[in-house]
Design a protein around this ligand. Structure first.
Ligand code: ADE
Length: 231
């Protein structure tokens, strides 16, 4: 069983259009779509925005629906200069930029008995790179930082860039990274850029959410095609 998650309805809808939905299960104030993509069994959901919602959905996908890997698709704000609106990035690692226990001498993002960075699955990232190469699509990879804030401030963006060496910002990946690391489940995260996380980002996000969600969804579907071929 493959778990596919997004944060927002707009991010999930273009994926749902391309799979064969068999059943919809209402659970924990959310909808879980049981679906088929060729030979692949899928369970899909959007969590709602933020780290707590994302952790809940990731945990349910794994514990209740027995997802053996989690694929995330959605949008992000760009940090790296050569990431433009509509460009795709996969996470090498995710982190929580809003975790701050520095008063106790810990590094930003560090929680005792946990860690700052959560590694994404190398095999799934290699698969994404193979698909991108085959289709001639530009695909960046880098660290993606998450927090429960929509970043629309150059100073804050630069702090996150410098502190975590992050290439993009969003609001869920660090949480899903933590859940999948805790439960030993491979995690893959793909994001298409919707804004540049500085002044004006809110306007860009509203304008490009749907379009960038589609870019990410379309690439995820190509990855499923490749996974099906390899099955
Ligand atoms: N998701 C997309 N753009 C974002 C931003 N600027 N900050 C946080 N999450 C985002």
């Amino acid at each position: 069983m493959i778990g596919i998650m997004c944060a927002m309805r707009e991010e999930l809808e273009p994926i749902l259009e391309k799979v064969e939905i068999k059943n919809v299960i209402e659970y924990a104030k959310n909808n879980y779509y049981m679906a088929q993509f060729g030979k692949l069994d899928l369970v899909l959901a959007y969590s709602k925005i933020g780290k707590v919602n994302a952790s809940t959905t990731a945990s349910i996908l794994i514990e209740k629906f027995k997802a053996q890997k989690i694929l995330f698709s959605g949008v992000a704000g760009a940090i790296e200069k050569d990431l433009k609106i509509g460009d795709l990035i996969i996470a090498t690692k995710t982190t929580q930029h809003d975790v701050d226990l520095t008063v106790f001498g810990y590094e930003p993002g560090f929680i005792p008995e946990s860690k700052i960075f959560f590694e994404c699955d190398k095999h799934l990232n290699d698969l994404a790179k193979t698909v991108a190469k085959k289709l001639g699509i530009k695909l960046k990879e880098g660290i993606i930082a998450s927090g429960d804030q929509f970043i629309h401030n150059k100073e804050k963006k630069e702090w996150i860039a410098k502190t975590f060496k992050a290439s993009a910002i969003e609001m869920e990946g660090g949480a899903v990274g933590c859940v999948t690391w805790t439960l030993d489940v491979p995690f893959f995260m793909l994001r298409a850029i919707s804004d540049t996380a500085q002044e004006g980002a809110g306007v860009d996000f509203d304008e490009f959410l749907e379009k960038s969600s589609e870019v990410s969804a379309k690439f995820l579907i190509e990855m499923l095609r490749q996974m099906e071929n390899e099955k």
